[in-house]
Design a binder for this molecule. Structure first.
Ligand code: BEZ
Ligand code: FE
Length: 302
């Protein structure tokens, strides 16, 4: 691969000095910002952005194309479609931010990408309830415990769960106002939880906008590995945003948003239709699956 910087003619010392002077001027323009953190971030952003432009010898046409791309991302974004989260995700910026802010702590469960499909007002279900809300898909029994890193159960942990249906769509992607494939529940006095969901299936991130066109232009697939989303909060514990992934899914190695971590890949065991369900639910002759997800929460502030 030939990078522009390799093939550019040598840059004269006079030109380099002029470019550096501009960077310095812009960095210094933030010197009097009253908020120290804002100053640090804007000065850092300026340094990195200018370095990118200078190292890549960015053309004006390329910079205009970048602005046009961001403009398109803005135009397609609304209350239900968030193109900038998709952009952050496919560039690995979401996962890098998660890595920086969720340093491995003892045996705590690993975090992964949040995605754009969480909504705040999902319905509550009891332990053993069903999150499907009529969404099509193979029933999946999910059970586990929530404990701290010392192994002590965490009762009353709030467990938010959300997932796509077997057609690869979240409820919010449909034009009606359905609420399906999402709910929250609380762990019991022993930290245990269980619920019925759907066996996760692979789906593409929304790719009919600028981010999808960018992926197509570079030969990257928009497909996400099959997964079930969790967000678990409990007093005194670090909030955990994560997924579990399906062991054996061929997409595990090429998740479009780089969200897969080995520790989050679980065995979704397929069950024959004749196998009795854990809670006696009658599935009218349908096959089902079951998976165990034991969660370890790190203490808050680590
Ligand atoms: C999701 O898993 O729901 C998701 C994550 C990142 C981008 C698009 C979708
Ligand atoms: Fe998802």
């Amino acid at each position: 691969m030939t990078l522009a910087r390799d093939s550019s003619p040598a840059i004269s010392s006079q030109q380099q000095a002029a470019e550096q002077a501009l960077t310095d001027t812009v960095v210094n323009s933030f010197d009097n910002a009253p908020n120290e953190r804002l100053k640090q971030l804007l000065q850092g952003l300026t340094q990195h952005l200018h370095a990118f432009i200078r190292e890549e010898r960015l053309t004006e046409a390329e910079w205009n194309a970048a602005i046009e791309f961001l403009t398109q991302a803005g135009h397609i974004t609304d209350e239900k479609r968030q193109e900038f989260i998709l952009l952050s995700d496919v560039l690995g910026a979401s996962m890098q931010t998660i890595a920086v802010n969720n340093e491995a702590y003892e045996n705590a469960t690993e975090a992964t990408v949040f995605g754009p499909f969480f909504v705040d007002d999902a319905p509550q279900i009891p332990i053993g309830g069903d999150i499907a809300g009529g969404a099509p898909g193979q029933p999946c029994w999910v059970e586990g415990t929530v404990v701290g890193t010392n192994g002590a159960p965490v009762p009353g942990a709030r467990i938010e769960v959300w997932e796509a249906d077997e057609d690869g769509f979240y409820d919010v992607q449909y034009a009606d106002d359905r609420v399906a494939g999402r709910a929250f529940l609380y762990s019991d006095d022993n930290g245990r939880f269980s619920f019925w969901g759907l066996t996760p299936t692979p789906y593409p991130i929304p790719h009919d906008g600028p981010v999808g066109r960018m992926l197509a232009a570079v030969g990257r697939s928009p497909m996400r590995a099959s997964h079930l989303h969790f967000m678990i909060t409990a007093p005194g514990k670090r909030t955990l945003v994560t997924h579990i992934f399906v062991q054996g899914d061929p997409l595990l190695a090429s998740d479009s948003v780089f969200g897969v971590k080995e520790s989050l890949v679980k065995n979704f065991e397929q069950q024959a239709a004749i196998t009795p369900t854990p809670d006696g639910r009658d599935l009218s002759g349908a096959t089902w699956s079951c998976v165990r997800f034991d969660v370890v929460l790190a203490p808050e502030g680590v």
